[in-house]
Design a protein around this ligand. Structure first.
Ligand code: HEC
Ligand SMILES: [Cu+2]
Length: 369
C-alpha cells in the first residue's frame, strides 16, 4: 500500500514536462500542462460523440430500413420533450465547461507574471532579432530556465507570428503594434543548437518565410547570465586582424538569405566580386542610372568604398542596385561599427570563404603538439 502513495502524489503535483504523444510534441513549459489537458478533453468529447452518433446511425439504418415489398408509411412524428431537452442541455453544459476552462487558460496565457524577464523581439522579412536588456543580441532565442520570460514583439514590415510548439505559445506580430507572449520553461537545453526547441514564424510572410525557423535554447540562470555578458561583448573580444574571418561568417548568416557569395543573384545582388565591382569604374548601374564612381571617391557622397558599404547596410533604400527591389531591412542598431568592419573585411577577402560563408583557411585538423 505504502508504495502506491508516491505514485498518487506524483499525479497530484502537475508535471513540468508532458511527453510527446501522437497528437502533440513534447510540452516543455509550465503552460503546456493546461493546454494539453484542454486539448485532450475536447478531443475525448469528440471521440465519445463520434462513436455515439455513428453507432446510433448504424443501428437505426439496420433496424428501420424499408424491407422489400413493404410500403409502410409512418405517422407524422411530433416530438419527444425529454430527448430534446437532454440533447440541448448536455451539449450546452459541455460547451460552457470548454468555454470556462478555455477562457481561464487564455487569460493566464495573456497575463505575464510581474517578475518576468523581458526580451525584445524584432520580426522582419525574413528573420528574427532577439535583444536582451544589456544590449546583447542573438539569432536564436536564448532564455533563462525556471523563471517566466516575456517576449515583447514588433514587426518591421508585414504580419509575422511567433510560434514555439513545445511551449504551446503562439502570437501574431502585427506591424505597428506591440504584441507579447510569455512562458516558463524549467528544462534547460544547453547551448547546442540542435538540442533547442523549435521556433517558427507561423504566418506565411513571403518567399523567405521558411528562413524564419529558429531554436529556443534554455540555460540555467547562472549560465544564462554568463552567456549574456559574453554575447554583449562578442565583437570586442576578437582582435582587429581576426575580425573578418571570426565575426564575418556569423554576421553573414543574417545576410545569406538574400546575398550569395557564389555568383548567383538572389533577392539581393551576389557578393561575388563585390569589392572589385565597387572599386572599378564602369561597374553595375543603379536604378537611377548612376554608377559607383558617380558617388564614391574623394569629395563625393562617400569618400571611400567602405563608407558606401556602411551606408548600404544602414540606409539600404538610398541607392538601389538595379534591378533589385527595396527589400533589404536596415541593420541600424543591430550591427555596430565593428560589425560593419567585420563584414566589409569579409567582402574584401571573399576568395578565402566557401559558398556557404565558412572560412576555408581555417586549419581543418588541429596541429600536432
Ligand atoms: C531581405 C533581403 C536582404 C538581406 C537580409 C540583406 N540584404 Fe543587402 N541588399 C538586398 C537588396 C535587394 C539589395 C539591392 C538593393 C539595394 O541596394 O538596396 C542589397 C544591397 C546591398 C549592398 C549593396 C550591394 C552592391 O552591390 O552595391 C550591400 C553592401 C548589402 N546589401 C549588404 C548587406 C549586409 C551586410 C547584410 C547582412 C547584415 C544584408 N545586406 C542583408 C537585400 C538584402
Ligand atoms: Cu514571418
Amino acid at each position: 500500500m505504502l508504495s502506491i502513495a508516491p505514485a498518487i502524489l506524483a499525479t497530484m503535483t502537475p508535471p513540468t514536462v508532458t511527453p510527446a504523444d501522437f497528437w502533440l510534441p513534447i510540452g516543455a513549459s509550465e503552460q503546456a500542462v493546461n493546454v494539453d489537458w484542454m486539448f485532450n478533453f475536447i478531443n475525448y468529447v469528440c471521440y465519445f460523440f463520434f462513436v455515439l452518433v455513428v453507432a446510433m446511425m448504424v443501428t437505426f439504418v439496420v433496424k428501420y430500413h424499408a424491407k422489400k415489398g413493404t410500403r409502410i408509411r409512418t405517422d407524422g412524428i411530433t416530438h419527444h420533450t425529454g430527448l430534446e431537452l437532454s440533447w440541448t442541455i448536455i451539449p450546452l453544459l459541455i460547451c460552457i465547461a470548454i468555454f470556462f476552462f478555455g477562457f481561464r487558460g487564455y487569460v493566464d496565457l495573456s497575463t505575464a507574471p510581474k517578475n518576468s524577464y523581458d526580451i525584445n523581439v524584432a520580426a522582419f522579412k525574413w528573420g528574427w532579432q532577439f535583444k536582451y536588456p544589456n544590449g546583447a543580441q542573438s539569432d536564436n532565442l536564448v532564455v533563462p530556465s525556471d523563471r517566466p520570460v516575456r517576449l515583447v514583439m514588433r514587426s518591421s514590415d508585414v504580419l509575422h507570428c511567433c510560434y514555439i510548439p513545445a511551449f504551446r505559445v503562439k502570437k501574431d506580430i502585427v506591424p505597428g503594434r506591440v504584441s507579447s507572449l510569455w512562458f516558463q520553461c524549467n528544462i534547460p537545453t544547453g547551448l547546442e543548437e540542435r538540442d533547442g526547441y523549435h521556433l517558427f514564424c507561423a504566418e506565411y510572410c513571403g518567399t523567405g518565410h521558411s528562413n524564419m525557423n529558429r531554436r529556443v535554447l534554455v540555460l540555467p540562470q547562472a549560465e544564462f547570465d554568463a552567456w549574456l555578458t559574453k554575447q554583449a561583448a562578442w565583437l570586442d573580444e576578437i582582435s582587429d586582424d581576426e575580425l573578418y574571418f571570426k565575426a564575418g561568417p556569423k554576421i553573414y548568416a543574417r545576410c545569406s538569405q538574400c546575398h550569395s557569395i557564389d555568383g548567383t543573384d538572389g533577392l539581393g545582388p551576389t557578393w561575388k566580386g563585390i569589392w572589385t565591382r565597387i572599386t572599378t569604374p564602369g561597374g553595375a548601374r543603379f536604378s537611377d542610372g548612376k554608377r559607383y564612381e558617380d558617388f564614391i571617391g574623394p569629395g563625393k557622397e562617400y569618400a571611400n568604398p567602405e563608407e558606401y558599404i556602411r551606408d548600404s547596410i544602414y540606409n539600404p533604400g538610398k541607392h538601389l542596385v538595379a534591378p533589385f527591389g527595396n527589400v533589404m531591412p536596415t541593420f541600424k542598431g543591430q550591427l555596430n561599427d565593428r560589425g560593419v568592419e567585420a563584414i566589409t573585411g569579409m567582402m574584401q577577402h571573399l576568395d578565402e570563404f566557401d559558398a556557404k560563408g565558412a572560412w576555408t583557411k581555417a586549419p581543418t585538423t588541429p596541429p600536432k603538439p
